[in-house]
Design a protein around this ligand. Structure first.
Ligand code: ZN
Length: 120
């Protein structure tokens, strides 16, 4: 429930409550006919407010902002680590062999093919 709705419902509750008080006071010995009109308007305004708040769709529900950030296929080179020894690899350690990227670790000299989704 949004804040606007809560305010609307609280305002409506007050309007209806005081509206009924005015209507009730109209029939008291010192009551005035004018109070009945004020009371009725207040009660009607309260119900209109509830009706309006109930019908108005929540703004937050409509704004389902799904920001999808597509990560580039190539993982940032400075975060790459060797599968075998965990040594940090630089772009110079990657070479294309038969069209496939191959990593040659400068620390442990391990050579392996670079997969599309590295798990290191
Ligand atoms: Zn290594």
């Amino acid at each position: 429930m949004s804040a606007t709705k809560i305010i609307a419902y609280i305002s409506a509750a007050f309007l209806i409550f005081f509206g009924f008080l005015f209507i009730y006071a109209t029939f008291s010995p010192r009551g005035q006919i004018g109070w009945l009109i004020i009371g009725l308007i207040s009660v009607i305004a309260g119900f209109v407010l509830i009706f309006w708040a109930g019908r108005k769709p929540a703004v937050a529900a409509d704004q389902n902002v799904t920001v999808k950030i597509d990560l580039p296929g190539n993982v940032s080179m400075d975060t790459m680590k060797c599968k075998s020894c965990g040594g940090v690899l630089s772009p110079e350690n990657i070479s294309l062999v038969a069209g496939a990227p191959v990593v040659t670790c400068p620390y442990c000299k391990t050579t392996y093919q670079l997969t599309e989704e590295p798990k290191w």
